[in-house]
Design a protein around this ligand. Sequence first.
Ligand code: FES
Length: 130
Amino acid sequence: MLQPEVAERNERMSGEVVLDQEWFAVCDIAEIPEDMGFRLEIGADSAVAAFRVDTTFHVVDDRCSHGAASLADGFIEGAEIECPYHGGKFDLRTGEPTAFPCTKAIRVYETKVEEGRLYARPATMNEGSE
Ligand code: FES
């Protein structure tokens, strides 16, 4: 379950990418590299990136908020992803920027794993638990 402020921010950002609120399959968890992301295109100009941090899975918008970099190609440091272009960082749990030059948050998704498959959906303030 996302923190309310994260879900609220996602709601504000929802105009950037049109997605319904249904769960969508991202990948088999075995497809996620140990120290990188797995990229899934979800529209003509949008994609999400899935990451594994220990036993937790995170899904965020793939595009860095500072430029056109794919965060799936970035570097995991703890619960942060470092952008491969200019070294900016984001907290994978909240989407908040944690290192310059990134100053704008990225969207994070709720995740669940069923039978070895990772699912995600954009969270909103109005959603209850599963
Ligand atoms: S494009 Fe990501 S830090 Fe510049």
